[in-house]
Design a protein around this ligand. Structure first.
Ligand code: MN
Length: 273
């Protein structure tokens, strides 16, 4: 064996080991820019711009964080802004990515470091059509104390299945800068999320998914509110009465039927029309 092949063998072994530790198959990432799925529905782009502005208005996103939507013409593509504060996003800033999070047509535009959160969740979850990654403040303590987030009221009934915690130190097997900056870390986060709607990220934030942008935005807004109200309730009493599983299932179904109301309000305010 030559030195070169030995080095290749060793590198391959280390990669296979990392894949085995994370319990996920390795995927080769594309070398050339992936092909475009074609122009997305302008209404979807408008909703994605609105989602960025709404989440900024609602203090879920600030200068950081991002929201994406699966492409309406191709389930193997998703749409997300270039690296930009969400309040500033316009239709011209929306970029197309493949599910390995390679930009289709970057044209020099910077991409979010943590875009792998989105691509790896879309790969793992055919039901998901929108993903939010945020650092909204009230949820952060629940990621570091071991106190579980639970549905305190009907608006947050969607967390009745429980909110798992992603610890990047476990996923990476050591110290990191806390950012999901690789496909492997994105896959590990998608595995923690599993079939649920929300996963907390220790010392960082959360990821929230939905079958549409309005649902993912609604969940992101009320996850933050629930965290704030739950902390208040826990400060008042050691015996907080949360929604029972059946109440939460019923409430989640009921709220889903009226979701267009806050969405229309938020969108009009966010787009100024
Ligand atoms: Mn982040």
């Amino acid at each position: 064996m030559t030195a070169l092949t030995r080095r290749r063998f060793t590198a391959g072994g280390a990669l296979a080991l990392a894949g085995a530790v994370l319990g996920a198959p390795r995927r080769a990432s594309a070398q050339a820019a992936p092909a475009s799925a074609g122009p997305p529905d302008p209404a979807l782009v408008e909703d994605l711009v609105a989602a960025n502005r709404i989440l900024a208005d609602q203090n879920v996103l600030d200068g950081y964080g991002h929201v994406s939507a699966r492409h309406d013409r191709d389930a193997s593509r998703y749409l997300m802004s270039r690296s930009l504060a969400p309040a500033l996003v316009t239709a011209a800033d929306i970029m197309e990515y493949d599910l390995d999070s390679n930009p289709v047509d970057a044209r020099g535009r910077a991409t979010f470091i943590e875009r792998f959160i989105h691509g790896e969740i879309y790969k793992a979850r055919a039901d998901v059509r929108a993903v939010v990654h945020c650092h909204s403040p009230a949820i952060i303590p629940f990621g570091v104390t071991g106190v579980p987030l639970r549905p305190l009221y009907h608006m947050s009934a969607f967390i009745w299945e429980g909110v798992p915690l992603f610890d990047i130190r476990d996923a990476a097997g050591g110290m990191t800068d806390m950012l999901v900056r690789s496909p492997a870390l994105g896959r590990a986060l998608a595995q923690t999320l599993d079939r649920r709607t929300v996963a907390l990220m220790r010392g960082h934030g959360a990821v929230i998914v939905g079958p549409s942008l309005p649902v993912a935005v609604f969940r992101s807004v009320y996850l933050e509110t629930n965290a704030r109200l739950q902390a208040q309730a826990m400060a008042q009493s050691a015996n907080v009465r949360y929604l029972a599983e059946e109440e939460a299932r019923l409430a989640a179904a009921s709220v889903a039927g009226t979701l267009g109301r806050p969405w229309e309000l938020w969108k009009r305010k966010a787009l100024g029309k």
